[in-house]
Design a protein around this ligand. Sequence first.
Ligand SMILES: NC(=O)c1ccc[n+]([C@@H]2O[C@H](COP(=O)([O-])OP(=O)(O)OC[C@H]3O[C@@H](n4cnc5c(N)ncnc54)[C@H](O)[C@@H]3O)[C@@H](O)[C@H]2O)c1
Length: 332
Amino acid sequence: MDGRRFLVTGGAGYVGSHLVRTLAQRGAEVVVVDDLRQGHRAAVPDGVELVRAEVGDRRRMAEVFAAWKFEAVFHFAALSLVGDSMRDPLRYCTDNLSNSLIVADAAVKAGCLKFILSSTAALFGFPKRIPIDEEAEVAPVSAYGESKLMVERGLAWADQVHGLRNASLRYFNAAGADPSGTIGEDHDPETHVVPLAICAALGTRPPLTVFGTDYPTPDGTCIRDYVHVLDLADAHIRVLERLTQASCRYNIGNGTGYSVREVIDAVERIGGRPVPHILGPRRPGDPAVLVASSAKLREETGWTPRYGALDDIVRTAWNWHANHPKGFDDRS
Ligand SMILES: NC(=O)c1ccc[n+]([C@@H]2O[C@H](COP(=O)([O-])OP(=O)(O)OC[C@H]3O[C@@H](n4cnc5c(N)ncnc54)[C@H](O)[C@@H]3O)[C@@H](O)[C@H]2O)c1
């Protein structure tokens, strides 16, 4: 990817930093815009420009597009906590929609006509069939999911009117870490089960709460589709290479579901320590099973997960957390 330049918003965050690292390793020039509200300077590799700015700041975004000419934008920066979105739905809808469209508008005005959006499985709410493919009905059950759907719709208009070719990548559960152990997941608050289970085992967080043990699944706990962050990064680049003619959308997951119980077992197996946990009641809004069909992505781009096995995902995440008990340790 030598000589190609990309903008990554939210590139100091969890998923974005893994894409930034992959792009840089493949020879691309990358500029990150991130206000570090959740991200970490240390997650951005040396040699990658970090512009510390709020993506909703029109003037700053125009300056960024004036300073560099980009082939495409990867837009990760967003509010992304489902529970939080149900306490403050209007903020989620307003911020995620307007910030995304401000970035898209700056891109269009600068003649950068490729835009890749971090979308989400939360679009599908309680799906009628599993695995969930791109034709499944979109019916979010959270303001977070709704906000991403609104962004997808806004981008469709930008395509129709301005020719902004866009890809909506609906991730299922991002998990794992770069095997180098230098970057990984470090959220505050943390809501994802893999880091919570690992950190409970390491004693760096309280016991894990398992939300619901009476679901209609083999062991009674929820089943989710975990996709490794590096497989996500690879999917972004493969989709970019196809984004010349038409906009597109892809569901991205392993296609294999694992229960919360299976995640706990994997962490105990790999870490060699018990995962302290509490069995709690169900949480409202949690479907029993969410598993992606990524058949379209596989067929059209040749993507196949390198870290499809749960143990591989957990091993890389364990490696990160065990070696960074305080995460990036750069909170001010
Ligand atoms: N992690 C997952 O499992 C998952 C699943 C589905 C979708 N997604 C989507 O993927 C994207 C990345 O998720 P993540 O887990 O890496 O989140 P993250 O919070 O780790 O990363 C987001 C980054 O964006 C930055 N940011 C947020 N709002 C900003 C703003 N207004 N201006 C500038 N910077 C801003 C944060 O500082 C952070 O570095 C999000 O859009 C999220 O909705 C994530």
